[in-house]
Design a protein around this ligand. Structure first.
Ligand code: S3P
Length: 445
């Protein structure tokens, strides 16, 4: 298990307008998938723009421990030589995923289709998160849990299937992690594995598997859902992957530019997969001045450049069906809502309770510690924006990178500084966050 590092507190205060052009690091979801799918392919996968944050580096280590040759060849440039579908080797020791639910759960899927046993572990935050929802479809495919902590949590030992069976699986919640684990396990099964989701979640696994040569069909299911069918035992061939900038990381400088008066920034190469852009839609509805200045595509994923200028925001109601397309962005949206005038109601946020922290409770605590009127009603978060944030509070970040970054963004326009108890977990997804924000003019000390 990862040891707790020393706390690194930091404060943000209001200063001059933010200006400049930045490219935030590579998309975390795509980075994990490029390493995992590359490890299941035959031949070499060259990855450019990989996010070199702790979460992804733990996945790289895990794939190496499972038999793939994974090498860093330059900044953000990685080479993976895979072992082929079903060919992962039994690791010598436990696989430690640190803070990363995505890395852990997707690799569980990959291991479940191979005749090997592996132990999965992580830090104190990951040890609290539910794993039963991932193991359920994997057991149907033929994998077995040999040991787990209370409630089926980590550390967990999984024995992969000797004869994986194709399944038809309806995900109980809209979760790309559950869907992806089932599809990655289904790769090794003969016949067609089908995953049905009532609400579409991010589809990077599907798009990347297709890019590597898998036969995968995606059909609409009901009003907002999808039916994904994967033909098992494909020959996946190593393929180049260029990882665009992560829209979930771009969200932090973007909201900062909207709330700091006079700001005008440009965000380069941001991935614009429609299953990730719920925050942009919501902020535009609130009156945000966000312009797309150039769009192009690469390896099945679209991207664009965004110019963002400080804006007067108004409260809105965010429908529950938008949650999967902005599930990681609610904390920073709540910051934007605090600076808006009027009430913002964010509906259907039950999944926020099982992220790196209980983000529903922690977001409300972050706002109220800084003088913002906020409430939780069932699974909804309600923020009463007054156009100004008093600040002056210290935010508890609960080992959650996005809470730390959101709180610091909030402090860039508040009447008094906002402090966070710990910034060390920012390194899991956005290692250069502090210097990049300072480069735009942010006062962080
Ligand atoms: C992710 C899926 C989301 C998201 C996470 C990354 C992925 O989780 O919160 O940060 O890469 O598949 P769920 O699928 O569990 O909602």
């Amino acid at each position: 298990m990862t040891s707790c590092s020393a706390l690194k507190p930091l404060s943000a205060r209001a200063g001059s307008a933010l200006k400049g052009r930045v490219r935030v690091p590579g998309d975390k979801s795509m980075s994990h998938r490029a390493l995992i799918i590359g490890a299941l392919a035959v031949g070499e996968t060259r990855i450019d723009g990989l996010l070199e944050g702790e979460d992804v580096l733990n996945t790289a280590k895990a794939m190496r421990a499972l038999g793939a040759a994974v090498e860093r060849t330059g900044p953000g440039a990685w080479s993976v030589r895979g072992v082929g579908v079903g060919g992962l080797a039994e690791p010598a020791g436990a696989l430690d995923f640190g803070n990363s639910g995505t890395g852990c759960r997707l690799v569980m899927g990959a291991v479940a289709g191979c005749p090997i046993t592996a132990t999965f572990d992580g830090d104190a935050s990951l040890r609290k998160r539910p794993m039963r929802r991932i193991v359920d479809p994997l057991e149907k495919i033929g994998a077995r849990v040999r040991a787990a902590a209370e409630g089926g949590r980590l550390p967990l030992t999984l024995e992969g299937a000797r004869d994986p069976m194709p399944i038809v699986y309806r995900t109980p919640v809209a979760s790309a992690q559950i869907k992806s684990a089932a599809l990655l396990a289904g790769l090794a099964a003969p016949g067609v594995t089908t995953v049905i989701e009532a609400e579409a979640s991010r589809d990077h696994t599907e798009l990347m598997l297709r890019h590597f040569g898998a036969d995968i069909t995606i059909e609409a299911e009901g009003a907002h859902g999808r039916r994904i069918s994967l033909t098992g035992q494909p020959e996946l061939c190593g393929a180049p992957v260029a990882v665009p900038a992560d829209p979930s990381s771009a969200a932090f400088p973007l909201v900062a530019a909207l709330i700091v008066p006079g700001s005008d920034i440009t965000l380069a190469d941001v991935m614009t997969n429609p299953l990730r852009t719920g925050l942009f839609t919501t902020l535009r509805e609130m009156g945000a001045d966000i312009r797309e200045t150039g769009s192009r595509g690469d390896a099945g994923e679209p991207m664009a450049e965004f110019r963002v200028r400080a804006s007067h925001l108004t409260g809105v109601e965010v429908p529950p069906e938008r949650a999967p397309a902005m599930i990681d962005e609610y904390i920073v949206l709540a910051v934007a809502a605090a600076y808006a005038r009027g009430t913002t109601v964010m509906r259907g946020l039950q999944e926020l309770r099982v992220k790196e922290s209980d983000r529903l409770a922690a977001t409300a605590a972050m706002l109220s510690a800084n003088g913002v009127e906020v409430g939780i009603s069932g699974d909804d978060l309600i923020v009463h924006g007054k156009g100004i944030v008093p600040g002056g509070g210290i935010v508890e970040t609960h080992m959650d990178h996005r809470l730390a970054m959101s709180a610091l963004v909030m402090g860039l326009a508040s009447q008094r500084p906002v402090g966070v108890d710990d910034t060390s977990f920012i390194a899991t997804s956005f290692p250069d966050f502090v210097p990049m924000m300072r480069g735009l003019g942010a006062e962080l000390s």
